[in-house]
Design a protein around this ligand. Structure first.
Ligand SMILES: Nc1nc2c(ncn2[C@@H]2O[C@H](COP(=O)(O)OP(=O)(O)OP(=O)(O)O)[C@@H](O)[C@H]2O)c(=O)[nH]1
Ligand SMILES: [Mg+2]
Length: 203
């Protein structure tokens, strides 16, 4: 059963003019290309093939809006850091992100999706800074935790938590085993409702 029985895809936007109306509240998912954003969204919303899962990294270069419930949305932001993207594409990504972060009054929180095997990168820190400038909470999910041994994953979690110094909540996550899904759902609904303790972390 989905926690969001009325969840539905709304639109894919390539520019500010195509964004959906800026009312209610929305939580955006950002992360490197191939980090597992769309997979995480599908599992958190409990809908298979809701957000598309790409076999080809860097394909999703659009801002995808989903309705979760009345006045609540989830946004799948285009991935970054994919090496084979052209310079023009990179510039487009940057201006699209600037348009998104500077215009969305309804943005209530940011989920930062990081592959546990790669750890936090420069672009992830840029996104964290965007969110901090807006004063919105950030929750970092270290995904693909199933790809590491339990002890290794726990070590990355601890290192990440320490490095972030309370700038974001942190948790381990796996779309495959569903590790951490309940915590992620809890954080998502808190963000949408506007109640978040940003420094809370989950082991
Ligand atoms: N083992 C494992 N594989 C995962 C997990 N999450 C995602 N993947 C795989 O990683 C690849 C990329 O996943 P996506 O969800 O498409 O990643 P994305 O961040 O949306 O990628 P872009 O939209 O291209 O930026 C796919 O082959 C997924 O099946 C996970 O938790 N565990
Ligand atoms: Mg995707």
């Amino acid at each position: 059963m989905s926690n969001y029985p009325d969840a539905a895809f709304l639109t894919s936007a390539d520019s500010l003019t195509q964004f959906v109306a800026d009312a209610g509240s929305e939580v955006a998912f950002a992360g490197r290309s191939n980090a597992g954003k769309s997979s995480a969204i599908n599992v958190i919303v409990n809908r298979k093939q809701f957000a598309r899962v790409s076999k080809t990294p860097g394909r999703t270069q659009l801002v995808n809006f989903f309705r979760l419930a009345e006045g609540q949305r989830l946004v799948d932001l285009p991935g970054y850091g994919y090496a084979k993207v052209s310079e023009a594409m990179r510039r487009h990504w940057k201006s699209l992100m600037e348009e998104y972060f500077s215009s969305r009054h309804s943005l209530a929180g940011l989920f930062l999706v990081v592959d546990v095997r790669r750890g936090v990168g420069d672009f992830d820190l840029v996104m964290l800074t965007y969110a901090e400038e807006l004063g919105i909470p950030v929750h970092l999910i270290l995904t693909k935790a199933d790809k590491l041994k339990r002890g290794q994953a726990a070590r990355v979690f601890e290192e990440t938590r320490r490095a972030l110094q309370g700038r974001a909540g942190v948790q381990l996550f796996s779309a495959q085993t569903r590790q951490g899904v309940d915590q992620a759902r809890g954080r998502l609904s808190e963000m949408l409702a506007g109640h978040v303790n940003t420094t809370e972390t989950f082991a």
